[in-house]
Structures are given as structure tokens and as C-alpha cells.
Design a protein around this ligand. Structure first.
Ligand SMILES: [Zn+2]
Length: 525
């Protein structure tokens, strides 16, 4: 791969990036990127709150999405394939195959902690499921990572008023090597901790109390989760012995939310745990009473060698262009909390069932449809990185890629990150999705965590954005179980995926993979 010169980067990418860098309330361009809006596809007037909050860069990209003129190299979809996609959509709405798959996975395997015995059992389940569903090719791709284990965990307040806390060790944390007891010092936010003096922190347990806010697109997660990812090393840099955080979650149910820490190699590694929202409230009331709070933590967790898991892949082989691939999927792993029904059993089931809709209709796509169930997303996107690195020379062969990894809520928006010459095809796809209650979105799609590296290497991606209003009530907790999934919502997801995947696979033309998209903007949601 050569580094693209300025001449080989599409003009629209330069314009979007350039404007995104300078766009702000004072500098919004009068004529965004020079694109002429087409009256036939004017942006709808009923913007949601999330859309109103979109950044200027988003809006510029949205304008770009809506504003291309058909040109000779425009990617198009044949009306006969539109009709087939509509039939796939309607058949999927009346089908419960995804829910049956998800019930099977969560009941017969359960949680899928990377490197645990359930990791191996989940792979066996996935291979058997792909074969039973009739996929043409089923294979594994090895993914090796450090194995993290959780044996036991307890956190309690010992003074001034003893309470057992509902707590969990954060993913990837070191253990406490037996009970660790210390005074707790409270900070409202990570920023407050960053501004603290060493004298205030040294020798103590740091508690960060920030609360995540609820939003349909999960916009509250990014700002809140920094306390979990960066908190341990910032506290350690000030001499803290351990970190406690309020769970990164939106429910007041008494469940603690796990998830990865990200240690700074320059700092000592200190143990880190989260406590449930009600326990965090209780702890804060003790601070409000001016009391010195002593906590005892006992975390028997840590790393233990390496483990080789696998991405499990099922394919429907394309009839005309078998080397070209529509890549979809979810991540097969989960935390060892609940049964990983929402995160991400649902995404695996949705994408497997969507491809299966095409098989059971007796259809044969032009291009190959590849469903990837990624290994160990939770602890560092291990499966997604291996998938992309193994295909560095095959980016152009990816027609497009998209992952389902935001629970089981209904899809409400269709985002893409494609070349302008394919906007017309995206509009055609959107028209098939619209009866499902799905809006046309932005051209800054993220594509899902496991396609991050593939996207960075220049693959076109899409996102079928799910309603995540309740997702972070259950995310990474013991409460992530099958009863949280509405079968009708899951079928709506499958309907959208089946239709979109068919249309991507059949399109006359490509969506821009390997043509400079690596420089286009994307929004990580
Ligand atoms: Zn996930």
C-alpha cells in the first residue's frame, strides 16, 4: 500500500476534512463544501434532539450525503433487486430466527469471557449454527491475546458506617493481592482528579463520582467512560493505592458495570473497581456528612498467560463477484456478567439471521456475504484488528462493512461512510429501510468497533444505528440477559440488515473502499 498523494485523495474528502477542522459557531461556511443540495432529497424538517446536537462537521457531511448529482460513475441498484430487498425485509419482520439464535447462545453457552472455557464453547456453538443455517463456507481465524481472569471480588465500607457494596473489578485491572484498606478521597469528575495535588491523593483510594447521562445514540458514554479508562493511571500518578468509580451506566438498579481500564505504561498499575449507582449515592451521602470514609477492597483478578481464540466466519459465496465481500457481524465475546444478550449476542444473532434470510429465500447474491463473529472485542478489539491486518491488501475487495454492536433496540438511522458517487445507491437503500421507521443519516458512519481498523485502512462502512436509550442500563452488568430483548425489535433489526446487505451485494458499482476514504471523517458512536 502506498500513501495516497494529495492528487489521489478525492476532492470531497479534502473539503470535508478541511471544513471539519475549522467549523465552529463562528466559522460555519455559507456554502458547505460547495455541494449543491438536490430539492428531491431535501433534509427532513423533523430533526430529533440528537440531530439538532450534531456538530457542524456532521452537518456538512449530512449535506454531502444529500447533495450529489448522478454522474456516469454513479453506483446504482437495479429495480429488480429493490423489489427483492422489500420482500426480504417483509419476510424478516414476520420471522423470529434471530431471537431463537440469541436464546440458544445465551442459554446453551452463557457469558463468553475471552479466554474462559465459555470462549471455546461459544466458538463451537457458532460453527454449528452457521452450518445448520446452510452457510457455504464456515471457518475460524486465530486471535491471540493476554488472558484476563476474575476469581473473586468484594468491596465494602468499613467506616464510618459499614456497608457491603455491589461492586465489580474493571476489566484488565490488576488485583489487590489480598485485602487493601484505605481512606477514600472523592472527586466529582476525572477533570477534578487531574487538577488535584499529590498531598490530597497519596496513599488513598480515589473515588470518581461522575454520572453518565442517557441518550438515544449513547452520546453520554464517551464523556463518562474516561473516568474508567483513564482514571486508574491518573490516580496512580498522584500516588493513589486504588480507584473506585461510579458505574458507567444509566440505571439506578443495583448492578455494577464492568469494562476495560487503559493503563498508561508510564504509571504504576493500581487496582480499579466500579460500584453500582445506588451504592455510589450512598457513599456520596457519607462524604456530605463530613465523615472520613474507609473502604476495603479485595480483588482476586489479573492476567495469566496468553490464549488463542478465533473469529468465527460464515459466508454465502457470491455468484458473479465472489472475491468481493459485504462484511457484517458482531462480537462473539462478552463480559462474564449476565449472559451477554445485548452485548453482543444480539449483534451476532441479527447479522447471522439477516444473511440466513437471503439463504432461506433461495437467493444467491452477486457478491459474497461474510458474517464475522469477532473474538475478544471487549478487551481491546483483538478480533477486529486481526481481521483487518490479515486483509490489508484486500481493502478494495470489501464492498462495504458494518457491525451490529449496540444492543437490541430498534434501528432508527442509516449512516454511511462512502464515496459521493455512491450516494444515489445509499438513497435507494434508504427508501427500502424507510417503512421500518429508519431515517436517512450522516456520511460519518463509525461502522462498529470491530471494523475500526478496516475503516482506518480505507474500507467503506455503514451503521444501522439502534435506539440505545436503555442500552446503558444493562451494559456490562449481571443484568444483561435475554429478557431485556424484545423479539419484535430484534426482527425489525434483521429486516433492515437483510434488505441493506442484499442491496450492497447487488449494487452496480462500489462504495469507495480503497479510494481514499481513510481520510474522511467518522463519529465514534
Ligand atoms: Zn459490544
Amino acid at each position: 500500500m502506498t500513501t495516497p498523494t494529495i492528487r489521489s485523495v478525492p476532492l470531497y474528502a479534502i473539503l470535508i476534512v478541511g471544513l471539519a477542522a475549522c467549523a465552529g459557531p463562528e466559522s460555519r461556511p455559507a456554502d458547505p463544501a460547495g455541494f449543491r443540495p438536490s430539492p428531491a432529497v431535501a433534509v427532513e424538517g423533523d430533526a430529533t434532539a440528537a440531530e439538532r446536537n450534531a456538530t457542524d462537521a456532521d452537518r456538512i457531511a449530512a449535506d454531502a450525503f444529500d447533495a450529489s448529482d448522478p454522474t456516469p460513475q454513479t453506483t446504482r441498484i437495479d429495480p429488480a433487486d429493490i423489489a427483492i430487498a422489500e420482500r426480504l425485509r417483509d419476510a424478516a419482520l414476520a420471522d423470529n430466527a434471530a431471537f431463537a439464535l440469541l436464546a440458544s447462545l445465551t442459554t446453551e453457552v452463557g457469558h463468553r469471557l475471552p479466554g474462559s472455557p465459555n470462549d471455546a464453547r461459544a466458538q463451537e456453538w457458532a460453527v454449528a449454527a452457521f452450518e445448520r443455517l446452510g452457510f457455504d463456507e464456515v471457518y475460524r481465524e486465530p486471535v491471540t491475546f493476554p488472558r484476563w481472569y476474575r476469581n473473586s471480588e468484594s468491596v465494602e465500607i468499613v467506616a464510618p458506617w459499614p456497608h457491603r457494596l455491589v461492586a465489580t473489578a474493571l476489566g484488565g485491572t490488576v488485583g489487590t493481592n489480598g485485602p487493601l484498606e484505605a481512606e477514600v478521597v472523592e472527586f466529582a469528575t476525572l477533570e477534578a482528579l487531574e487538577a488535584a495535588t499529590r498531598a490530597k491523593v497519596e496513599g488513598r483510594i480515589v473515588f470518581i463520582g461522575n454520572r453518565m447521562t442517557r441518550a438515544i445514540d449513547g452520546a453520554g458514554y464517551g464523556p463518562a467512560v474516561r473516568a474508567r479508562t483513564r482514571g486508574p493511571s491518573i490516580a496512580a500518578g498522584l500516588g493513589a493505592r486504588a480507584l473506585l468509580i461510579r458505574s458507567i451506566g444509566t440505571s439506578n438498579d443495583r448492578f455494577a458495570h464492568t469494562g476495560m481500564v487503559s493503563y498508561d505504561p508510564a504509571q504504576p498499575r493500581i487496582p480499579a473497581a466500579s460500584i453500582s449507582n445506588p451504592d455510589a449515592d450512598n457513599l456520596q451521602r457519607m462524604f456530605e456528612r463530613g465523615q472520613k470514609v474507609i473502604v476495603r477492597m479485595d480483588l482476586d483478578v489479573g492476567f495469566d498467560g496468553e490464549y488463542t481464540s478465533n473469529n468465527v466466519i460464515g459466508e454465502i459465496t457470491g455468484s458473479e463477484l465472489p472475491d468481493q465481500v459485504v462484511a457484517i457481524g458482531g462480537h462473539l465475546d462478552s463480559w462474564d456478567k449476565g449472559t451477554g444478550a445485548l452485548d453482543d449476542g444480539a449483534g451476532c444473532a441479527i447479522t447471522m439471521a439477516a444473511a440466513h434470510q437471503i439463504l432461506r429465500a433461495g437467493l444467491r447474491p452477486k457478491r459474497t456475504i461474510r458474517v464475522i463473529l469477532f473474538a475478544n472485542e471487549e478487551q481491546g478489539l483483538w478480533g477486529g484488528r486481526v481481521y483487518a491486518e490479515n486483509r490489508r491488501e484486500a481493502i478494495r475487495l470489501h464492498q462495504i462493512a458494518g457491525e451490529s454492536d449496540f444492543g437490541a433496540g430498534r434501528i432508527w438511522r442509516f449512516d454511511t461512510r462512502i464515496k459521493p458517487e455512491a450516494f444515489e445507491a445509499a438513497r435507494q437503500i434508504h427508501r427500502v429501510l424507510e417503512p421500518l421507521g429508519i431515517r436517512r443519516g450522516l456520511n460519518t458512519a463509525y461502522g462498529g468497533p470491530d471494523f475500526t481498523r478496516l475503516r482506518e485502512l480505507g474500507a467503506a462502512v455503514f451503521t444501522l444505528a439502534q435506539d440505545g436509550t436503555n442500552y446503558f442500563d444493562y451494559h456490562h452488568t449481571d443484568n444483561d440477559t435475554l429478557d431485556k430483548v424484545d423479539p419484535a425489535d430484534l426482527s425489525q433489526n434483521v429486516a433492515a440488515w437483510a434488505a441493506a446487505v442484499w442491496l450492497f451485494a447487488q449494487a452496480d458499482g462500489d462504495f469507495g473502499s480503497g479510494q481514499g476514504l481513510e481520510t474522511a471523517p467518522s463519529v465514534p458512536r
